[in-house]
Write a protein that binds this ligand. Sequence first.
Ligand SMILES: CC(C)(COP(=O)(O)OP(=O)(O)OC[C@H]1O[C@@H](n2cnc3c(N)ncnc32)[C@H](O)[C@@H]1OP(=O)(O)O)[C@@H](O)C(=O)NCCC(=O)NCCS
Length: 149
Amino acid sequence: MHITKVDNKDKLKFKDLLLLADEQMSMVEKYLYRGEMFALYDDDLKSICIVTYEENGTYEIKNIATVAKYQRKGYGKYLIRFIFNHYKGIGKILYVGTGDSPSTLNFYQNCGFYRSHVVKNFFIDNYDHPIYENGKRLTDMIYLKKELQ
Ligand SMILES: CC(C)(COP(=O)(O)OP(=O)(O)OC[C@H]1O[C@@H](n2cnc3c(N)ncnc32)[C@H](O)[C@@H]1OP(=O)(O)O)[C@@H](O)C(=O)NCCC(=O)NCCS
């Protein structure tokens, strides 16, 4: 298993996986090139992740996705652990924002994140169409965090 940093010129090769986590390309483009992107391979591609620098020593996971047929095999958690170690000591806090979806929240909590704050109506105000997850329309963005020190 290995994790590589993805060059800007190659980022769009992962478009399908990026859209699995964030289904509107115009939203992905807001962080695609200002963020650092990592890809986890175990023979073939398993997971990707994009992390941005925000402010005051904080970093944010903007996108993380595991290829559908390889989900629930530990790859996402392994990549989060790598990200945490990569930014440890460089930043103070690692944030991640997600819709109010029990399965995704469970994943982040399993990875050691805990709830921070909520941005009301984020998915209504920022997306040009309704976003559904497991049949439920997403409205608010739930932020979770983990200390990097
Ligand atoms: C969220 C996602 C990245 C998790 O990746 P993954 O490789 O499947 O995660 P892991 O196998 O490392 O899961 C680690 C733990 O998280 C929890 N977890 C992961 N997926 C879960 C799910 N669908 N439901 C409940 N718990 C889940 C479990 O506790 C799991 O451990 P377990 O399988 O031993 O019970 C993956 O489901 C995905 O790509 N989803 C679609 C894109 C997406 O929604 N991205 C997040 C946007 S905010």
